[in-house]
Each structure stands twice: as structure tokens, then as C-alpha cells.
Design a protein around this ligand. Sequence first.
Ligand code: 13P
Length: 249
Amino acid sequence: MVGNWKMHGRMGDNATLLTEVAAGASALQKGVRVGVCVPCPYLAQSQALLSGSVVQWGIQDVSAHAGGAFTGEVAAEMAADFGVTYAIVGHSERRAYHRESPETVASKAQRAIEAGLTPIVCVGESLEEREAGTTEQIIGTQLDAVLLVLTEEQAAGIVVAYEPVWAIGTGKTARPGQAQDVHAFLRHKLLAKGASVANVPVLYGGSVKPENAEELFGQKDIDGGLIGGASLKSKDFLAICRAAQIVMH
Ligand code: 13P
């Protein structure tokens, strides 16, 4: 269960949120893994407050380059200096607002792996793409670009997140069956890369709330969630984590 804070948070509020999440997560069964992906300036704060807890922390993006003259960018190796476990790559907000191509996202996943981080590769279709019946084509292209540049062993170590763009921050959640269909498609694609790759966790993201979490996570191929808005409130985020625990399969 991974929280994506996006561009939210301030030092004082973060301290409360991180401490509460760490305390609540310690009561969960070991099988439920919890992480929070925070804005870069708060990686050190996350490391200080979460070290020794069951909660891992992550970054929301990394550069496609290992280093060099790329003003404003953050290399995966830099994030690794702060004990980071996860690196979200290819979030739809970055694909849309920063024009990241499937190839750029693939390079980012590679840089994350080289730095010892676990990339959380996001894929998802827009409403127009869904209505045009091109969902599988779109997310297939997005995932294939990443799988193409990774070895089977590397691919077995990633996390995939299906986030339909039309469900992000809109309050519209994919129907559990609708999400399951896409997850099954993604699982099939992962299996084609190798038997070990089929075990990659496939998370669902898009308006996950305490009220709909159990039904979503109860689906066969939904292994967890990438939580935006609801991850900013410890009560909601922990309720979602507990829902995952109830239906853990
Ligand atoms: P919301 O949960 O706010 O819809 O955001 C989902 C998301 O984009 C997580 O990465």
C-alpha cells in the first residue's frame, strides 16, 4: 500500500502524518507492506522519522539520466542517499504535464533499478482512450517500453500501478471488475516476460477511499493500492491499509 503525497505537505504537518502512519502500520500483519512517496525536500525528514519503522519511503519521480547538467532534476542515486526504497516513474501527471514518453519512463525505471530502488511503474488510459476502446493498446505500449529495456531478473523486481487517468482525483473509481480486467491483462503481459515476472505486485490507483478499498483489493489481480488524496490523512490511509489486510490473498 503506497501513498503518493504528490505536491502536498509541509514540515510540521508531515511530522504528524509520518508518525501516525508509522504507529498505525506497526499493528498491521507483516504481509501488508506500506510506503509513502513524499516530495523530494522531505526525503530526509521521512528517513529520520520512519527509519526503524515498518513504513518505507519513496520518491515521486527520478531523472532519466544518471547525473550531469540537468538543472532541477534529481538522480535516483541521490534519492538512494536518503534510504529511499521506491521511485514512482511514469505517473500520468508527469506523462501529461511533462510530456514523458514511454521510452523516457523506461529510462527512469532503469536508473531507479541501477540505484537499488524499486520503480513503481504507472500506466493508465485517459477517458477518451477508454471510450475509443484503446485501453489495452495504450497501457500495453506503456508497459512494454519498460519491459523491453529490463532483464527478466530486473523486471521481476518492479512494481506496476494501474491508474486510469479518469479516476485520479476525480472521485470516480473504476468498478472493481473493470479494474480487474485491466489487471489481468497486465499480469498476462508480465508473464510473457517470464514466470518470475508474473509475481510483480500490480497496484490500483484512482480515488481509492476507505469505503471502496475492500472491494477493489478483493479482486484476484489487484495486489495493493497507490493512494493519492486519502494518503494525506493518516486515519483514511490506515483504514485503507486495514482493508487490504482483510482481503489479503
Ligand atoms: P487519488 O487517490 O487522489 O485519486 O490519486 C491517485 C494517484 O494518482 C496516486 O498516484
